[in-house]
Design a protein around this ligand. Structure first.
Ligand code: ATP
Ligand code: MG
Length: 383
């Protein structure tokens, strides 16, 4: 008998001719998540088993694999032989000490001499006889002992289902570049797109020396918090200090943020093209702040041709905060810091910038030169 972790994925996503592709992605991502821990990963009909890990490590392993997108549920269980005595020995360890229970059996191996209900009845009866504090309740039991009889004379016995992260395996839907600030929204946006299968790389703009190293550190921390989900491996930082100074010196004050955004999008697109990323991702939500209006988004979109994904566009701030808390980025996001957007922030930023006015003001700048100079400041941190 051996302790194992059973992982299930939603077959609905994996049917058809792409199934092998998704399964390979998922197994690769599971292997990545288990790096550094002794284990073996085996696929059996419609699920994975993590086996041969060190004793006592199951909590840590379950914690890691449950964050891998594509895993819908997991159970810590026992892998044993399929003789009734062996199943019973495992069931005794899985069964509760008291209260009501039932046994539910699934028979992958159809030639097993007993039917599923017969196995359930036999094991349930023995558990009951062995512990006077138990009683059977097939309709609303406190606990369930699950038995899965498999081919090759083995069986799985387990008691609980834990929720996995859901979604699609990261890497199965292409690659995107997340513009990440130190705020609450962008990490959540990255999480959501990774959950749909995008590989997400990160780009952060800073205005050093107006913003300090604390701001960058914060983004590094956020990136690391996201990485068990997104498997992020790289964060690129780019300075927009020169750009902000130029905008501040030469352009209409109320367009500071609008114009800076357009530069951010241009730089992001250039980096994405250099590295083969297919879309940009932001944490914008319609109407949340002055620059996140239809006009603001139109003005940013006008300078790029890659699709811009804004997964939070229809979310309320409350909903975003709830998600940030659930994925564990909220506490870091609310630490005080200077974002480059708050440096040079005008008192009354334009909420409905007209594209023609934006372009006219931008005409006062050497856009190409500023973008190229900014690209020279790019630094990539690998995790
Ligand atoms: P967030 O909580 O993500 O910071 P926000 O509500 O503060 O969002 P803005 O500051 O207007 O909104 O930024 C909108 C989006 O633009 C962010 O979600 C992010 O995708 C991008 N962005 C803003 N500032 C930066 C930055 N310094 N570096 C990279 N991307 C940024
Ligand atoms: Mg922000």
């Amino acid at each position: 008998m051996e302790k194992v972790i059973i992982l299930r994925y939603a077959e609905i996503h994996l049917k058809g001719k792409n199934r092998g592709y998704f399964e390979r992605m998922l197994s690769m991502n599971l292997e990545k998540s288990l790096k550094g821990l002794r284990h073996e990963l085996h696929r059996t009909s419609g699920r994975w088993l993590v086996e041969k890990f060190e004793e006592g490590r199951e909590g840590e392993i379950a914690g890691r694999v449950s964050k891998v997108f594509g895993v819908h549920s997991y159970s810590v269980g026992l892998l044993t032989g399929s003789e009734l005595d062996e199943i019973y020995a495992a069931a005794k360890l899985v069964a509760p000490q008291s209260g009501s229970f039932k046994v539910e059996t699934h028979r992958g191996y159809k030639k097993y001499p007993l039917t599923s209900p017969e196995i359930s009845a036999a094991i349930g009866g023995r558990l009951l006889a062995g512990n006077p504090n138990l009683k059977v309740d097939v309709h609303a039991p406190d606990s369930v002992v699950y038995i899965d009889v498999r081919e090759h004379g083995s069986a799985l016995v387990f008691g609980e289902f834990g929720a996995g992260a859901g979604g699609m395996p990261v890497g199965s839907a292409g690659k995107g570049l997340l513009m990440i600030s130190g705020g609450i929204d962008s990490p959540v946006a990255g999480y959501m797109m990774a959950k749909r299968g995008l590989t997400v790389e990160l780009l952060h703009f800073h205005s050093y020396p107006y913003t300090n190293d604390g701001a960058k550190e914060k983004v590094v921390t956020l990136s690391k918090l996201l990485s068990p989900y997104t498997q992020v491996t790289r964060l690129t930082t780019v300075s927009v200090t020169r750009i902000q100074e130029e905008i501040h010196a030469k352009c209409a004050n109320e367009l500071n943020v609008t114009l800076l955004r357009r530069f951010m999008f241009r730089i992001a697109e250039r980096l994405a093209r250099e590295r083969g990323y297919q879309c940009l991702i932001t944490g914008e939500s319609l109407g949340q702040v002055a620059s996140q209006t239809m006009e603001g988004m139109t003005s940013s979109n006008a300078v790029v041709t890659l699709p811009v994904l804004r997964p939070l566009v229809g979310f309320d701030k409350d909903e975003i905060i709830e998600r940030a808390k659930a994925i564990g980025t909220y506490e870091t996001s609310i630490l005080p810091y200077e974002d480059c957007c708050t440096v040079f922030l005008p008192e009354f930023p334009a909420t409905k910038p007209k594209l023609s006015f934006v372009e006219e003001e931008e005409g006062k700048l050497d856009v190409e030169k500023l973008v190229c100079e900014a690209m020279q400041t790019a630094e990539t941190i690998a995790f």
